[in-house]
Design a protein. Structure first.
Length: 84
């Protein structure tokens, strides 16, 4: 899951989005509720809530949520290895 672009010196930049699910203990912990420089807070929510109630700074999180809702592939971390 990501985008690649080539620069003039043949380097490649890749955007990687990591997927995680909370453990049972993690579900009991309240998400970040105080806004700061990095974010306005966090919450557990459904796709329906994201579409109708949650105000996001950008559209990319909705894009990735739709991707997952539509059965998009989640690749294993082992895919990210350095090759000579």
């Amino acid at each position: 899951m990501g985008q690649a672009s080539h620069s003039r010196n043949h380097l490649v930049k890749i955007r990687v989005v990591f997927f995680a699910e909370p453990s049972q203990e993690g579900l009991l912990q309240l998400p970040k509720s105080s806004p700061d420089f990095e974010s306005a807070g966090a919450c557990w929510c459904t796709m329906e809530e994201i579409e109708s109630q949650i105000k996001l700074r950008g559209g990319e999180p909705k894009k990735w949520c739709r991707y997952l809702e539509n059965g998009g592939t989640i690749y294993p971390l082992e895919l990210l290895i350095e090759r000579p």
